[in-house]
Design a protein around this ligand. Structure first.
Ligand code: DQA
Length: 148
């Protein structure tokens, strides 16, 4: 079983970017924690970070038959991207939306997610734990789907 983890725009800057909001954790540390979980659960995990909406749309569009679930932090595109939402919907693979910060405790424009209605669920506000919980949820969703 293969799970794709997508990090959206500016998440390459984690560790240096607004540490009061996002903490000091880097994207490499997140990926290595997720690798550990994947090993324990005997699944494989692949990572993709992009600051470009179209690249994220392309990557999701190519998921079929390669990946069984998606963990995505769409970052700023959470609040704006009909294209990413449509890509997730079109590919029909279970997706878990994750956020480091609690988007509902921040500015009003972050309170609305265009992705949430096409995701299996959303985990927001637990820092790196959001990703870890998201990966576990994605593995469960993929297994449920496999066994029907
Ligand atoms: C974020 C929250 C978004 O509102 C923001 O644009 C991000 C990061 C988070 O992980 O908390 O870039 O997705």
């Amino acid at each position: 079983m293969k799970i794709l983890v997508v990090h959206g725009p500016n998440l390459n800057l984690l560790g240096k970017r607004e540490p009061d909001v996002y903490g000091r954790v880097t994207i490499e540390q997140i990926n290595s924690e997720l690798e550990k979980i994947a090993r324990e659960k005997k699944v494989s995990v692949e990572f993709f970070q992009s600051n470009h909406e179209g690249e994220i749309v392309d990557k999701i569009g190519q998921m079929k038959r390669k990946y069984q679930a998606l963990v995505i932090n769409p970052a700023a595109y959470t609040h704006t991207s009909v294209a990413i939402r449509d890509a997730i919907s079109a590919v029909g693979i279970p997706a878990v939306e994750v956020h480091l910060s609690n988007i509902y405790a921040r500015e009003d424009f972050r309170h609305h997610s265009l992705i949430a209605p096409v995701a299996k669920g959303q985990i927001s506000g637990f820092g790196i734990q959001s990703y870890k919980l998201g990966l576990l949820a994605a593995i469960e969703a993929a297994r449920e789907r496999e066994t029907g």
